[in-house]
Write a protein that binds this ligand. Structure first.
Ligand code: NAD
Ligand code: UFG
Length: 342
């Protein structure tokens, strides 16, 4: 049976996407080097779906190791999630970020060419829109002026894939620009499991709500926004996962060599509103203080969702309340995250 290769499929977005793919009748093979995920995800996926997915512990930069995956399976399409994603870390470790994110993608496309695999969905990010304040971001908004090496890797890889799609006419690429993925599967068995102290808002709030961290610092309350805090387009990870199924169906049924879609809700939620929604979900106050602005943050970032709705048939369904309650469910069921690999 033809399979979808999900690189980085043990990670936060990848694991939720594996479930959506399975529920929509796709056969899935996962390749992940576990640099930012744990083997336990495979057990959890089995608990949720009843299926033990075929998994290769492999670095996507290692061509010979990854070739085995293409050799041993009938790969029909690839969703490429594998990459490093921490903005702050990318500033401290640019070489690791450029090397891992660029090489893993190049290796995957080289093997796709070799094995005549023609359909690719790539995890890009709203970060490619850079520092522009012209919102909402449409797929036509100017790109570049990224504020960190992580963002540049996404920007560069979009260009690499456009060039590849020109040079290899059978290749069809879908670039998905995610806004702010949050939340967790309704079972509470999988979710976002960051190492150490979280950098992102929702994992941080979850830890404060659980009492593991003392308080949240809200980065800036003097922005030119209705309540002075930054607005972001938070999208439930299960909606995002469904977007990947739509994207795969899109590349299978359209001739576009490159298609680009925003995946967001089209709504901006402020940090204060996110805190209030989380307080409602967990039933108690989230201790927070207001601090300085975080360098590189833009005041407002949300998606235009028109193109995804019209062409992809994608619309995010879940509310900010569901994002918070699923996060809290995941947090309370897994206070210390998933058990580590021994
Ligand atoms: P994640 O870190 O949870 O998942 C990424 C997975 O890729 C991890 O399991 C990691 O072990 C694996 N990986 C990394 N490098 C690898 C390599 N060379 N070979 C094999 N496996 C490798 O991150 P996520 O939040 O699930 O993000 C998935 C993708 O979406 C990433 O490419 C990320 O840049 C992109 N993205 C994420 C966000 C976000 O806010 N979470 C926003 C926009 C785009
Ligand atoms: N924030 C706080 N306190 C915290 C953490 C975050 O106030 O402790 C604020 C930030 O200043 C920002 C908002 O919460 O206003 C969201 O911050 P996140 O770090 O959760 O998310 P970002 O919008 O900065 O970035 C995320 C991903 C990037 C991705 C981008 C666009 O981390 O990888 O969304 O998709 F590129």
């Amino acid at each position: 049976m033809a399979s979808v290769l999900v690189t980085g499929g043990m990670g936060f977005i990848g694991s939720h996407t594996v479930i959506s793919l399975y529920e929509n009748g796709f056969d899935v093979v996962i390749a992940d080097n576990l640099i930012n995920s744990k083997t336990e995800v495979l057990n959890r996926l089995e608990q949720i779906t009843g299926k033990r997915f075929k998994f290769y512990k492999v670095d996507c930069c290692d061509k010979e190791a990854l070739r085995k995956v293409f050799e041993e399976n009938e790969i029909d399409s690839v969703i490429h999630f594998a990459g490093l994603k921490a903005v702050g870390e990318s500033v401290r470790m640019p070489l690791e970020y450029y090397s891992n994110n660029i090489n893993s993608m190049l290796t995957v496309v080289e093997l796709m060419n070799e094995y005549k695999v023609r359909k690719l969905v790539f995890s890009s990010s709203a970060t490619v829109y850079g520092e522009s304040e012209d919102v909402p971001f449409t797929e036509e908004s100017p790109l570049g002026m990224c504020t960190n090496p992580y963002g540049w890797t996404k920007w560069m890889l979009e260009q690499v894939l456009r060039d590849c799609a020109k040079a290899y006419p059978d290749l069809k690429v879908c670039l998905l620009r995610y806004f702010n993925p949050v939340g967790a599967h309704e079972s509470g068995l999988i979710g976002e499991d960051p190492k150490g102290i979280p950098n992102n808002l929702f994992p941080y709030i979850s830890k404060v709500a659980a009492g593991t961290l003392e308080q949240l610092t809200v980065f800036g309350d003097d922005y030119d926004t209705p309540d002075g805090t930054c607005l972001r387009d938070y999208i439930h990870v299960c909606d995002l996962a469904d977007g990947h199924v739509k994207a795969l169906n899109f590349v299978a049924t359209h001739d576009d060599s490159v298609s680009v879609f925003n995946l967001g809700t089209g709504k901006g939620t402020s940090v204060k509103e996110a805190v209030a929604a989380f307080e409602k979900a967990c039933g108690h106050e989230i201790k927070h203080v207001f601090g300085a602005r975080r360098p590189g943050d833009i005041p407002v970032c949300y998606a235009s969702t028109d193109k995804a709705r019209k062409e992809l048939g994608f619309e995010a369904k879940r509310t900010i309340e569901e994002m918070c309650s699923s996060c809290w469910n995941w947090q309370t069921k897994n206070p210390d995250g998933l058990p580590s690999d021994s």
